[in-house]
Design a protein around this ligand. Sequence first.
Ligand code: CMP
Length: 132
Amino acid sequence: MKEQTLALIKPCAIAKHYQGLIIHDILEAGFEIKAMKMLHLTTEEARAFYVVHKEKDFYEPLIKFMTSGSIIALILEKQNAIADYRQLMGKTDPKSALEGTLRKKYAVNTRHNAVHGSDSLENAKKEIAFFF
Ligand code: CMP
């Protein structure tokens, strides 16, 4: 059965003009883009989106980063979309990401890691509802 996931292209990738390349890679990997929009998160919105990380030491710098510029939010659809998009993204830290993954190709470091993707069906539903 087809599944949907929420993908974000982060400010670091947009600042480097990687958004076209990332969208190309997503389409080449067989995902259908069901919705897409560019927006600039407020601090309150970024805090709410990443609330699960609020106790982590990287939370405040992450919020600052995610509100530092525009992002692109996408709803991606395909069979097994959640796991397949996480595989396409690669590991959070681009140094550990496999060759050919989005983070290997476009990320700078663990925080400035170019893209986000939902990690479960439950979170995909929540994250899609957050943006669309
Ligand atoms: P993302 O997949 O959007 O989910 C949470 C984000 O927090 C993650 O990508 C990174 O941008 C950031 N993050 C996760 N772990 C760390 C870390 N150890 N140091 C800095 N930033 C992190």
